[in-house]
Design a protein. Structure first.
Length: 670
């Protein structure tokens, strides 16, 4: 019976046999194979009939093992890389590594090592045995130091000295399985790194093979980084990003141009030893994009060895406390052109819409762009429709994770321009606000119209008007137009009675808003952005400090922020100067009030002969109050099981007047 026949017979179960009988049949055929192997070995093994076989090794058994293992090894293929030589170890370290490696490659070394260790149960090389095989006396420091934890074999993760409780010479030596696999030609990453290694974004090349992106700053930066990574010694580089993914795109293009292999890592600091060993074995550069909240331990662990090139990318300013030897700190150029191209390639031919205009408000990295495109296709398949701009915007919002919800209330916009009843001038300014948000990178960046001085590229707008005139609704419409979520800042979670805490809370909000694709709304903004006053006591001084902080922070803000106020005069003039647009929301005139009444009743079952013009003329109500009056009328009608009539709307309007403490028309008293 051949090995192939046994393998087939053991691996196939007749369908007609019950499961238990089939399993027993397999074991029976396996027993036949074991008996055949025993017979083959017993024919030549002098210890086959020894009753103590396996418990000790006689000299005759050792000679048999030596003769059995003396067969010539198969020739090494000329094209196979000499991975052992590529480790660049000294001759002594190479010999020690081979001694420890032998039992993992040839099982006949196990009993031989057991014989030499005077213990057949110890089938790996020990420190003492390795030194004896190298001809180095056990008492000489030259040999003993090679097993120290800081020596190359241990420090590089190539050799593990086990059993620390034993005397030094009796400690076992083991080569990690990943190192054995690598030396045999297996490039499968260490299992400990599963889930922590990710592919780098595929850089786009032009027809001439270069990484041109229509952006001279990007191309020049990548060219310099390519030279650094290709020719320089092992070093650490930190690319500080203005937006997530900018540094990753740069380093991906540079590594591709330099033809340098890399490992992109996102995992805990506990996995760094396996990561560095993997990088050493393959001659790869380690790339980490997106540092943890406390980067120090990770950066320190990655850069401590100093023999593996490391490229870090993140939005945080570099802190010298992160590591002892500072990396080369570079500012990653903005990747607006590359991001638009990545969106276009990810969407492909699936979308029949303007991809550039749709994705303009988003600042996602290359990997998140690909994930957003896949999610958009999934949403379109779920709806059973072709891919639309709405699918792409929803998927992009899902990829823009935010920590703003700690201090702000998230609103997913469910309105559009049809829900606004405003004067033409106000509507025009709102459209312009959305236009600025879409094209700010082109105007302020590509056309270099930024004011300089470290100013950001944020879009700031003030909505001023009486309560209920549509300020918050307009902010929601602008967010919907841009395909972004709206975050309403909760002032109760921001303002703090302790000195300096309000500024810290605001800084968290602004920092997160800079990173997140969202619209930030400060409702009743005069509570935070109010006028500075003359300093008469410590309270005035600290209040002015908060205002001064906000003035400085708005200068460097990169996001979209909207402020609403009932009294524009309460806003400090210094804030007003920094705003891009101030949109006034006037109290609606009779024609606008009539339009608001009609809009509020679009989906409400109403009497066919309903006259709304008298209500609009007689009751001077803002849009929010009109909506409340319609809701009141709808409840009254629903309670009767009837449609909304004129009496219901009249009662709703009167209640709004009473809530405001105003004289109700037609009643003479309230």
């Amino acid at each position: 019976m051949t090995v192939e026949e046994v393998g087939v017979s053991v691996g196939v179960t007749p369908a007609a046999e019950p499961e238990a009988d089939a399993l027993l049949a397999r074991l029976g055929r396996l027993r036949e194979r074991v008996a055949l192997l025993v017979a083959q070995r017993s024919a030549t093994d002098p210890t086959a009939t020894d009753p103590l076989r396996g418990l000790y090794l006689s000299g005759e058994a050792v000679e048999y093992l030596l003769l059995r293992s003396s067969e010539p090894a198969p020739p090494v293929r000329e094209s196979a890389p000499d991975r052992l030589a590529a480790l660049r170890l000294t001759d002594l370290d190479t010999a020690l590594l081979l001694i420890a490696l032998a039992p993992d490659l040839d099982r006949t070394f196990e009993p031989l090592y057991g014989y030499l260790n005077d213990d057949v149960g110890r089938r790996r090389a020990t420190v003492g045995l390795a030194l004896d095989l190298c001809g180095i006396p056990a008492h000489e420091a030259e040999g003993r130091v090679r097993f120290h934890p800081t020596a190359p074999l241990s420090a590089l993760g190539l050799l593990t000295v086990e059993e620390p409780e034993r005397p030094f010479l009796g400690r076992s030596l083991r080569v990690p399985d990943r190192v054995v696999a690598h030396l045999l030609g297996d490039d499968t990453p260490d299992a400990a790194l599963a889930g922590h290694l990710h592919p780098l974004p595929t850089p786009r090349r032009s027809h001439d093979g270069q990484h041109h992106d229509g952006d001279d700053e990007f191309t020049h930066f990548v060219d310099r980084l390519t030279v650094l990574l290709a020719d320089g010694p092992p070093l650490a580089v930190y690319l500080r990003e203005r937006h997530e993914g900018d540094g990753l795109v740069c380093v991906s293009a540079a590594l591709d141009a330099a033809e340098v292999p890399a490992l992109r890592f996102s995992g805990p600091v506990e996995r760094v030893p396996e990561l560095l060993r993997e990088a050493r074995l393959g001659g790869r550069t380690v790339v980490v994009s997106g540092l943890p909240d406390q980067p120090g331990p990770l950066v320190r662990a990655l850069t401590a060895a100093g023999d593996v090139p490391v490229v870090l990318a993140g939005a945080r300013p570099y802190d010298p406390l992160w590591c002892e030897s500072d990396p080369l700190i570079l500012e990653a150029p903005r990747q607006r052109a590359a991001a638009v191209r990545a969106w276009t390639e990810a969407v492909g031919e699936d979308g029949d819409f303007d991809v550039r205009a749709t994705v303009a408000p988003y600042h996602l990295g290359a990997d998140r762009i690909a994930r957003a495109a896949r999610a958009a296709r999934g949403l379109a398949a779920f709806d059973g429709t072709p891919l639309t701009a709405a699918h792409l915007r929803l998927a992009a919002r899902q990829q823009s994770a935010s920590g703003l919800e700690q201090h702000a209330r998230r609103i997913q916009p469910a309105v559009d321009w049809r829900d606004l009843v405003l004067p033409d001038r106000s509507l025009t300014q709102l459209h312009e606000l959305a236009l600025r948000a879409r094209h700010r990178d082109r105007v302020l960046g590509d056309w270099r119209l930024s004011a300089g001085g470290g100013r950001g590229r944020g879009v700031l707008g003030l909505f001023a008007g009486e309560s209920g005139t549509g300020k918050t609704l307009s902010a929601e419409v602008v967010a919907a137009e841009l395909g972004l979520d709206l975050y309403v800042v909760q002032l109760s979670s921001v303002v703090d009675k302790y000195v300096g805490e309000t500024e810290k809370n605001l800084e968290r909000i602004f920092t997160e808003a800079d990173r997140t694709d969202a619209v930030l709304l400060f409702d009743e903004a005069d509570a935070v952005f109010g006028k500075r006053s003359e300093v008469k006591d410590s309270h005035d001084r600290y209040a002015n400090m908060e205002s001064a902080y906000l003035l400085q922070r708005l200068e460097s803000f990169d996001g979209i922020a909207l402020l609403t106020t009932n009294l524009r005069a309460n806003i400090d003039e210094a804030f007003t100067r920094r705003l891009d647009l101030v949109v006034d929301f006037p109290f609606p005139d009779p024609a606008q009030r009539l339009a608001l009444w009609r809009h509020g009743l679009i989906h409400v079952p109403s009497a066919p002969d309903l006259e709304l013009a008298p209500l609009a003329e007689e009751f001077e109500l803002a849009g929010g109050s009109i909506r409340s009056a319609v809701v009141t009328a709808a409840y009254l009608a629903a309670g009767r099981g009837d449609t909304v009539g004129a009496a219901d709307l009249l009662e709703g309007a009167r209640r709004e007047y009473r809530k405001a403490g105003r004289l109700v028309p037609g009643e003479g008293t309230w």
